[in-house]
Write a protein that binds this ligand. Structure first.
Ligand SMILES: *Cc1c(COP(=O)(O)O)cnc(C)c1O
Length: 224
């Protein structure tokens, strides 16, 4: 079942577009199943759940772990220890903290900066004007390798509006000289690919329904 879903998506992807399998709310056995089919990048949004799964999949050496949830400051060390990518850097203070702790932990995570291109009280992220202001400081942080932007489309937008939003994110990333745009989820990944996404974050499209969906929304007001 997962094989068909994985092939369906992969057949459609232009080169340079990576697939992040969002495994939050899915058991380690489902991750293992997809890993056996060749998928190496997995996304999690809650540290505690992720750590258990990462530890239990320790025999799979080629997996890369991506943190995609709202990152609270007291979780930064754990995330830096366990994850290779952080897609959800939504403030300068957070970026600074990640860099400092990454230095202490002798890690060098790849980061994407979350941007908020439409008003949405449930989502975090930099407003573009603010991002442009702090950009020189962000890319100057020593232990964080920023390679692009991440964005989420408010659920209220129709597909055309989402496509426009994704194009804006692509333009902003190009303007900043960044390769990556982490954008597009199960409901809008094709629009994101058309607009120039380089990382698609797909959960239910690959794995089917999550076990306990209410606990895995991306609402910034919900804590870990
Ligand atoms: C859950 C989640 C996804 C995946 O959502 P699906 O609709 O299951 O594809 C992608 N990005 C973020 C930030 C998420 O929290």
């Amino acid at each position: 079942m997962s094989l068909n879903r994985l092939q369906l998506v992969c057949n459609y992807l232009p080169s340079g577009v990576h697939l992040l399998a969002v495994s939050k709310g899915q058991p380690a056995s489902s991750i293992r199943e997809l890993a056996e089919l060749g998928q190496q990048d997995f996304g999690e949004s809650r540290l505690q759940d992720a750590v258990k799964k990462i530890d239990s999949l320790d025999d799979l050496k080629d997996l890369r772990w991506h943190f995609i949830g709202h990152l609270q400051s007291n979780k930064v060390r754990g995330v830096v220890q366990y994850f290779d990518f952080i897609h959800s850097i939504d403030s300068y203070l957070l970026a600074e903290r990640i860099s400092r702790i990454a230095g202490e932990e002798e890690r060098h995570p790849e980061g994407m900066i979350q941007v908020k291109l439409r008003e949405d009280p449930t989502k975090g992220g930099f407003h573009p004007e603010h991002l442009l202001e702090v950009w020189p400081k962000l890319i100057g942080l020593p232990n964080l390798n920023i390679t692009g932007l991440m964005t989420m489309a408010p659920i209220s937008l129709d597909l055309k509006e989402r496509r426009n939003l994704f194009k804006e994110c692509r333009h902003l990333a190009d303007h900043l000289g960044m390769t990556n745009c982490s954008m597009g989820m199960s409901r809008d990944w094709q629009e994101a690919v058309e607009a120039g996404a380089t990382w698609l974050r797909l959960g239910t499209k690959l794995f089917g329904k999550r076990s306990d969906d209410v606990n895995f929304n991306t609402d910034i007001t919900k804590d870990d």
